[in-house]
Design a protein around this ligand. Structure first.
Ligand code: PAJ
Length: 283
């Protein structure tokens, strides 16, 4: 596996792949790789000749009070795992290579509306940071396909909309969330949880499953289901940020007749913010 830190060194390698007629799959990450990230690498390896992975803890998507400084970094383990999973190229730039003049002066990419709801409401500016860096990475890597986890459902939809709105020549593929046996979605932020909090945290997925079941049974009104779920989250010991049932296609509130839905939630467990979601169908 080649490891490259500078964008200028990335281009000749990628041109070489294209000259050989090899297809490229791209997996952007912030490192501290776990089985969730590696499922994206595996999907890319199945569908493409070459797998390119980026590791960049993007300061532009962290708020001033957030965990940028303490975000977990495991470069040696990440390299080993990527080699084992067949990645061809790791792009791991220093911040100066991505934002030579600082990110405040960076040209921005903003997907309106979708950036401001749910996680965007609680984390102002977060999704502008995500779409801006992913746009830059897409332009550098010029892959045919990019792989994103549905664990970050809103992010996945934002990237799809950016690609469509800007007529970018890349296919965005969503990969199902990888979970521990307890149901807890794998996340780098699970590292912040104590053993007992990890057990508690698994309750989030159970509540999402209850919401989907109650919607499908249609025994309670939608607002009653959501209120009951919020109360249950509090009972488990979470401080809920939001829990909401939306349309899968655009995260708008469902209208009568919408059949493809997703329940999304963000909660605090102590000082750790966790997100999860579950897609479900009606009828
Ligand atoms: P990061 O949190 O490192 O996640 C990288 C990719 O892994 C994302 O597409 C995310 O949805 C996916 N992922 C994380 N946990 C997963 C799980 N349990 N199952 C399946 N996929 C999972 O998301 C980011 O980084 C950044 O915002 C980024 C897109 C790299 C832009 O900076």
């Amino acid at each position: 596996m080649e490891i490259v830190q500078q964008a200028s060194l990335l281009r000749p390698l990628l041109s070489g792949y294209r000259e050989q007629g090899l297809s490229c799959g791209f997996v952007p990450t912030m490192g501290n790789l776990h089985a969730g990230h590696l499922a994206l690498v595996d999907a890319a390896a199945e569908q493409c000749d070459k797998v390119i992975v980026s590791i960049f803890v993007n300061p532009m998507q962290f708020g001033p009070e957030e965990d940028l400084a303490s975000y977990p970094k495991t470069p040696g383990d990440d390299e080993k795992a990527l080699i084992e999973h067949g990645a061809s190229l790791l792009y791991r730039p220093p911040v100066e290579d991505v934002y030579p003049l600082g990110h405040a002066s960076q040209t921005r990419v903003e997907v309106p509306a979708l950036s401001d709801i749910l996680c965007g409401e609680s984390r102002p500016g977060h999704f502008i940071g995500v779409t801006t860096v992913v746009n830059r990475l897409f332009n550098l890597v010029l892959a045919e396909k990019a792989f994103f986890g549905k664990k970050d459902y809103q992010q996945y939809l934002l990237i799809r909309k950016m690609v469509s709105d800007l007529a970018m020549n890349i296919e965005v593929i969503g990969v199902d969330t990888v979970r521990l046996d307890s149901g807890l979605a794998m996340s780098s932020r699970n590292n912040y949880l104590s053993d007992s909090e990890q057990i508690q945290a698994a309750g989030l997925y159970r509540v999402l499953q209850d919401v989907a079941r109650n919607y499908q049974a249609d025994s309670l009104s939608s607002s009653a289901v959501q209120q009951a779920a919020l109360a249950e989250l509090e009972k488990i010991g979470f401080k809920p940020d939001y829990l909401s049932v939306r349309r899968q296609s655009d995260l708008n509130e469902p209208r009568t007749g919408d059949l493809k839905l997703v329940v999304l939630a963000a909660v605090w467990l102590g000082s750790t913010r966790l997100i999860d979601n579950l897609e479900f169908d009606l009828a």
